[in-house]
Ligand binder design. Structure first.
Ligand code: ZN
Length: 173
């Protein structure tokens, strides 16, 4: 089966890359500068009902408009720009194949394919997208590209918990 040997090599290379990604430590940091445990509601993850999304798939970290937002982990910016609900958003691919989503930014201070870490400002807290008219906050969520089937529970849309991780357990540190 020599014909398919390159496919095997390619699959092996992909597997190695995936495994390496899983072992990069996350070194999580609070993404809103100066925020504390009283800057967010500890029960807000998966809050239901929550507008068009059904459940709240992240955490809202409240701070004054213009407060710097730094990258919670190291990673690479895979998207930054405008989305209807999110407003100005930044999406960072971080360790363990997790996507970190930063929404409602007043201003974006990074660009696509930038390598970012704790020292890098991604943007500023604001009220863009569906946060318009509300208190300025960062909507922050973590999605995993590798499904965690054990996280599924009987809550509303509970099956989606295999992709949406609870960021609040990390913020507490
Ligand atoms: Zn939110």
């Amino acid at each position: 089966m020599k014909k398919y040997s390159w496919i095997k090599k390619a699959l092996l290379a992909i597997l190695i890359i995936i495994v390496i990604g899983l072992f990069i430590p996350e070194n999580f940091k609070m993404p809103v500068l100066g925020a504390t445990t009283s800057s967010y509601n500890k029960e807000s993850f998966w809050y239901y009902p929550w507008g068009k999304s059904g459940t709240h798939k992240g955490v809202d970290i409240f701070a004054n408009t213009g407060t710097p937002i730094v990258s919670a982990t190291s990673g690479i910016v895979v998207y930054c720009g405008q989305l209807s609900r999110g407003g100005n958003v930044v999406l960072v691919l971080g360790p363990k194949w997790r996507l970190h989503y930063y929404a409602h930014l007043e201003k974006i201070n990074t660009s696509r394919f930038s390598i970012v870490g704790h020292q890098d400002t991604l943007g500023m807290v604001g009220t863009t997208g569906n946060a318009q008219g509300k208190s300025p906050h960062l909507h922050y969520s973590i999605t995993t590209l590798i499904p965690y089937f054990l996280n599924i529970d009987s809550s509303h849309q509970g099956w989606k918990k295999m992709f949406y991780l609870n960021p609040i357990v990390k913020l507490k540190k």
